[in-house]
Design a protein around this ligand. Structure first.
Ligand SMILES: NC(=O)c1ccc[n+]([C@@H]2O[C@H](COP(=O)([O-])OP(=O)(O)OC[C@H]3O[C@@H](n4cnc5c(N)ncnc54)[C@H](OP(=O)(O)O)[C@@H]3O)[C@@H](O)[C@H]2O)c1
Length: 340
């Protein structure tokens, strides 16, 4: 007997990827139902070789469903996740709503799989922010070896991290640069994103950082270790899919760059592509559709006592959202529900 799974937000960027990945990984599902808002009722979405017709989340009954993979905004999640959880269906949520709730585990399976057993307090498990997910996959094996003290990260985040509207805005603006008749002012982003970069994601906080930056700090501490200090600068770039990060890591103990490379080569979820020659590194367009977090440009940082710098790239719709959610579902199945 397999699982009954609801994919919530199935018409969105992350929802569609969750359906793709459930099919690609042969998740043991007896039934998959695709849910979205009423306006999408009947919209067809792909699940492997089959097509599902989207149902209305508002009238859906979660009773009898084992897991619901949520990928809708925080406001709608606040309304519907508790309903699903109360019906006995474990919610795996991509929004930021529950990530900092002490009664909700925040899980990256390569880093803290043991937290899965905390799911029952609310019947909800949180998925991290896309930028955090790929970074902690890279940090975890290095932290285990040399204990990380401080991380300085600058992100280069694709527009798909801002949902369907983010993709549309980059596409429309890029076309309008060549055909100014169609010129439209920015709506999703705060400034022109085509042929530009914007050092601002999510709202500003009192200390001058942005909420996206704060999320990287808080989530890294919750997933890996509360003692790790993180300084983040999050930047939106005109790339459709794939987030990149320049990461400077300061350790308690010395870690040689060759040993760091070997550790990362052996670590789960990581692919090291690191040749010191033209093209010997990964860029976002090359990581689209892949499961791995790619690490390149591993080198000693001689400006601190024990430092390593690296370049980290991953498909934000996959490891940053849909893949991590499906991995959590697999973990929950394997460790707790044990069906299929
Ligand atoms: N994109 C990323 O890299 C990423 C990474 C990590 C986390 N997340 C989070 O994942 C969630 C989804 O992101 P996304 O990029 O997939 O957004 P998206 O492409 O804009 O899709 C949003 C989805 O939510 C559905 N939805 C919105 N309001 C709803 C409501 N009131 N009732 C039912 N369904 C509703 C939409 O359905 P309709 O089509 O019917 O409107 C659509 O399926 C967000 O919370 C986001 O912060 C995204």
């Amino acid at each position: 007997m397999g699982y009954r799974i609801a994919v919530v937000g199935a018409t969105g960027n992350v929802g569609r990827e969750m359906l793709n990945i459930l099919a690609e990984r042969g998740f043991p599902a007896d039934e998959i139902v695709a849910l979205a808002s009423r306006k999408s009722l009947g919209t067809e979405v792909s699940y492997g070789d089959t097509t599902l017709k989207t149902k209305d989340l508002d009238t859906f009954d979660f009773d009898g469903f084992d897991m619901a993979l949520f990928a809708i905004g925080s406001d709608a999640t606040k309304t519907y996740a508790p309903k699903a959880a109360k019906a006995g269906c474990v919610v795996i949520d991509n929004s930021s709503l529950y990530r900092y709730d002490q009664d909700v585990p925040l899980i990256v399976p390569e880093c803290n799989p043991q937290s899965i057993h905390d799911y029952a307090k609310k019947n909800i498990i949180a998925n991290p922010n896309c930028s955090t997910a790929q970074m902690v996959v890279a940090l975890k094996p290095l932290h285990d070896r040399a204990k990380i003290k401080r991380v300085v990260v600058s992100t280069y985040q694709s527009v798909s991290g801002a949902g369907k509207e983010g993709i549309d805005e980059l596409w429309d603006q890029t076309k309008s640069i060549y055909n100014p008749v169609d010129n439209k002012p920015p709506t999703k982003f705060t400034k022109q994103i085509a042929f530009n970069v914007i050092p601002h994601i999510d709202v500003f906080m009192d200390d001058g950082s942005t909420k996206e930056e704060w999320k990287m700090v808080a989530e890294t501490k919750k997933i890996l270790d509360t003692s790790i200090k993180v300084q983040a600068t999050c930047v939106r770039v005109p790339v459709f899919v794939g987030h990149s990060e320049s990461v400077n890591i300061e350790f308690e103990d010395f870690l040689d760059e060759d040993e760091a490379r070997d550790i990362l080569r052996e670590a789960p979820g990581i692919m090291v592509v690191d040749k010191r020659e033209d093209g010997g590194y990964v860029t976002p367009v090359e990581c689209v559709g892949d499961f791995a977090t790619f690490i390149s440009r591993i080198r000693q940082d001689s400006t601190v006592e024990n430092g390593i710098s690296l370049w980290c790239v991953s498909d934000n719709l996959r490891k940053g959202a849909a893949l991590n959610a499906v991995q959590i579902a697999e973990l929950l199945g394997r460790e707790v529900l044990k069906k299929g």
